[in-house]
Design a binder for this molecule. Structure first.
Ligand SMILES: C[S@@+](CC[C@H](N)C(=O)[O-])C[C@H]1O[C@@H](n2cnc3c(N)ncnc32)[C@H](O)[C@@H]1O
Length: 229
């Protein structure tokens, strides 16, 4: 059990995981979580309770054409691949293919690899390439953004062109370990730069009339956006 401290009770978090999350977590996701927990950057993986909510969103919206920015070992990628239909597609972007290779055997075994187009690239470059194809504009049903926070505002502008009206965009880490409400002197050095970016991003999103929002305190904070125009 690893939790990022937004819910201020380990017992309550354990209760949620044990009663609701783990009993329903598909076996391949458990496998990828087990593979990831010994990795030096294990804390980057999407938390399973947040994953469960994302799966709900994917199923409710019937998302088929999807995009993920920030794959790491593939927990959120695999959960998306398992949730979308057999002919669904995921464009998955990460600057580091080695991380993706860690989870790939599990993705293969789960027989969903054919849904995934993995692109090893800086996200901005890959998003610009996607935008060169007019068929991609306004075509994605669902986008998950979980990479470098410093670029969230840049990603948002490009993602707004790619997602369809009524499509869903989920941004991870929008409460940044709770640091968004801490005085900057009390924030550890390692979180300072991210905190400034996340604060700017959250403010800008709240004033963006192209989206309706819901900020959910799961994992490290998720902001769910629905493009309305
Ligand atoms: C928090 S992890 C993603 C976790 C993943 N969604 C999961 O469920 O395990 C962030 C990922 O973003 C990637 N990343 C960081 N900066 C990037 C950039 N500029 N362009 C593309 N990927 C980037 C990192 O390599 C890392 O794998």
């Amino acid at each position: 059990m690893e939790h990022k401290g937004l819910l201020q009770s380990d017992e309550l978090y354990k209760y949620i995981l044990e009663t609701n999350v783990y009993p329903h977590e598909p076996e391949p996701l458990k496998e990828i979580r087990a593979l990831t927990c010994s990795h030096r950057l294990f804390f980057m993986g999407t938390s399973p309770d947040a994953g469960q909510m994302i799966e709900m969103l994917l199923k409710l919206t019937g998302a088929k054409k999807t995009l993920e920015i920030g794959v790491y070992t593939g927990y959120s990628l695999l959960l998306t691949a398992l949730a979308i239909p057999e002919d669904g597609k995921i464009v998955a972007i990460d600057v580091n293919r080695e991380f993706y290779e860690i989870g790939k055997p599990v993705i293969k075994k789960a027989q969903v690899e054919h849904k995934i187009n993995f692109i090893e690239s800086e996200a901005i470059v890959a998003l610009d390439k996607l935008l060169e194809d007019p068929n991609n504009k306004g075509s994605f049903d669902y986008v998950f953004v979980d990479a470098d926070k410093i670029n969230y505002l840049n990603y948002h502008e490009k993602v707004m062109e790619l997602v369809k009206v009524n499509g869903i965009v989920v941004y991870d880490n929008t409460l940044w370990y709770g640091s968004v409400v801490k005085s900057k002197d009390l924030v550890p050095e390692t979180l300072k730069e991210g905190r400034i970016s996340v604060l700017k991003f959250n403010k800008s999103l709240a004033n963006d009339s192209r989206v309706k929002l819901s900020m959910v305190p799961l994992g490290d904070g998720l902001t769910i956006c629905r493009r309305v125009r």
